[in-house]
Each structure stands twice: as C-alpha cells, then as structure tokens.
Design a protein around this ligand. Sequence first.
Ligand SMILES: NC(=O)c1ccc[n+]([C@@H]2O[C@H](COP(=O)([O-])OP(=O)(O)OC[C@H]3O[C@@H](n4cnc5c(N)ncnc54)[C@H](OP(=O)(O)O)[C@@H]3O)[C@@H](O)[C@H]2O)c1
Length: 359
Amino acid sequence: MAEEFRGMPCRRVGNSGLFVSVVGLGMWKWGDPVYDGSRIGDHEGFEVLDRSLELGVFHWDTACSYNLASGNSERLLGRYFASRPRSVREQVVMATKIHNPVRPEHAMDADFTPNQLGASRTYIHFGVDKCLERMQTDYIDLLYLHQSGTDDEGDYRVPIEETWGAFDDLVTQGKVRYLAVSNHSAKQMANVAATLEKVGKDVSRRIVAVQNRYNLVQQDALASEAGGRAADFLKAAARAEVGVIPYYPLASGLLTGRYRKGRLDDASGRIIDDGDQAEFLTEPYLKAVEGLLAVAEAKGISLAQLAIAWLLANEQVPSVIAGVTALRHLEDNVKAAGVQLTDDEMARIDETVDAALAG
Ligand SMILES: NC(=O)c1ccc[n+]([C@@H]2O[C@H](COP(=O)([O-])OP(=O)(O)OC[C@H]3O[C@@H](n4cnc5c(N)ncnc54)[C@H](OP(=O)(O)O)[C@@H]3O)[C@@H](O)[C@H]2O)c1
C-alpha cells in the first residue's frame, strides 16, 4: 500500500527510512518582512503552516541563513512550534541547512570571524545549537551542508573528514536524524559518501538527499557544475541511493504563469522585487512558459501544478518544496500531488521546452 498522510502521498528519501510528503513547503522567503527582505511573516505564515498540516504537507524546508543571514525563517518556525501542541512538531519533517553565517537577532550589521561560518567542527556544532534554539526544538530531521565548502580551485577549505565527523557526532547526540548535502556536484556527493564510510560510526550514517537547483527550464543546473548534465547527475544519485530534492522548482515563480511574454509591465512578484529579471525573464524562458501554459490548460491544471508534477514524475524526487508566500499558493501547489502526466503529455512538455530553449 502506498504511504499517505491526510490524503497526501509520501515517499521515502533516498534509501532511508524517512518519509516526506510529495508536496513540501519551501520557506526561503519567510521571516520578518520589515527587516530582512522576506515576503511572509508570522501572521499569514502561521495560517499557511496550519493549513499545510491539514493538507498533509509535512516536509518543511528552511536554512539558518535565509533572508540577509537573519535567521528569521528559523525564528518564525520556533515561534510557531512554541505556540502549537508538541504533536505538531512531531508530525513535521523539519529540514534546515548549515554553512552560511547567521546574525544575532536584530543585529543586521553584525560581522563574523572565520569560525562563525563554514564547515569546521566549531561552526557545525555551534551553528546547529543555534538552529535548535531559533526553531525551539531539540532535533532537526534532515540537516544539509548548504554549500560544498570548496574554494575556487575545488579544494576543501576544511578537511572533509572534520566536517563529516562533526555531522556524524550530531547524529550520535540525537540533535540530527538524517544527513544531506546541497549545491553539490556528483563528484562532491561521492566524496562525502566515501568520507562518511570512513568517519561514520556505522553504515547507517550516510547522506540521504541532495538539494540542488532543478526545474523545467533549468534542468542541467541540477548537476551543480559548469557543463554538467541533469541525466548524468540523476544516474549518480540513483547509484548512491540518494533522493533528489529540487530547489527553485518553479524557477522563482516564473513557472506559474504570472510573468507573460509581452505583459511584463503588469507582472509583480519576487523576480521583479529581487531584480532577477535578467536571469528568469529571458526570451527563451518566456517562450517556454507560453507553450507549457497551453499543455497545462489542455489538462485543466495550473502551470505551477504542471511544473511540480513533472518533477514528481521522477521517482528519485521524493518531494517538491515549492516556495510559498501566500495561502493561495499552497492551495494551488498541493493539487499537484494528484496530477499524473501521461507519456504523451511528458513528450509534449519535453518538445515545448527543447524548442523554446533552442531559440
Ligand atoms: N539549497 C539552496 O541553496 C536553496 C536555494 C534556493 C531555495 N532553496 C529552497 O527551495 C525552496 C523553493 O525554492 P524557491 O522558493 O527559491 O523558488 P520557487 O519554489 O521556484 O518559487 C517560489 C515563488 O514562486 C511563487 N509561487 C509559488 N507558488 C505559486 C503559485 N501557486 N502561484 C503563483 N506564484 C507562486 C512565489 O512568488 P512570490 O513570492 O513572488 O509571490 C514564491 O516565492 C525555497 O523556499 C528554499 O526552501 C534552497
């Protein structure tokens, strides 16, 4: 029998015992909008979190450093968990990420010593204790190393054995349940796996997920290295039995149909507010959106649902954590869990994207 929670299908993360809801919740732009450039604060945020659980969306993704290194996405979660019964925290698979520095609360101009960021034992232990404090919880379900921790030459700034020895200790201490990496190439992922085999307490200490950029119009970004191909990365992740959790699954909001060719003057949203037009509102991407909207319309679904369902069509993707900054986004995205794309629709999607990106 397929696993589900409140009607929401669930999948295992890689070859681990951890289940996540196939539709998850991305919380990058959550925090204190007055101070930190985030887009949703406590008031609407708590409503979205309550509704998420009602809809079976229990995989929530944040990072310690989101929104100007403020730590405010985690602090919002902390206030939420503290205001709800303990059973709420127990239902959530809480994922966060460590590596980047985080300012003390309200200290937006604080600076950092080299020990207050990165992948050293000092920062990993200190940083995780701070994550727990901000989120008002005593464990993290899924902890990512947010960056590979390499310099421009590809060398590790901290001995990789030190980094993963510290992660392994966190599992032993019960502060972290599962380990993962983000913004890692296939080779970097393999290095981590090999290191954990050496320094991990036992064979259960391994990475269960990789979180890289991946969406319909930026497929090869998944490889997280120049010239890398999504197909090769997916094969490497499958061999390593690591789940692939895409970030930017909606290309920052482009794959929702709110930014349309010839109608950009009327468009609003984070791509414009963050000044990311040059990256996302390109001629080929906007052409792809027009073609994909036609496929979505023919199926009677939204473009966001199509973009999420396309990612979920790959069994290696346990969950899609689209960023939600309004309740209506959640209500829309959650329906992707019930969308099955046919072979013909998948082929039409491929042709549409290939043709648009070919120019
Ligand atoms: N590991 C990493 O380095 C990394 C990097 C980036 C993100 N992430 C994680 O991945 C998550 C997802 O990525 P993301 O949030 O950056 O980008 P995304 O999911 O591609 O796009 C999110 C944006 O799309 C818009 N949106 C979402 N659902 C919508 C709907 N149904 N209808 C209309 N608009 C909708 C919202 O835009 P508006 O806010 O403009 O309304 C939202 O901010 C993040 O929240 C974060 O947890 C990780």
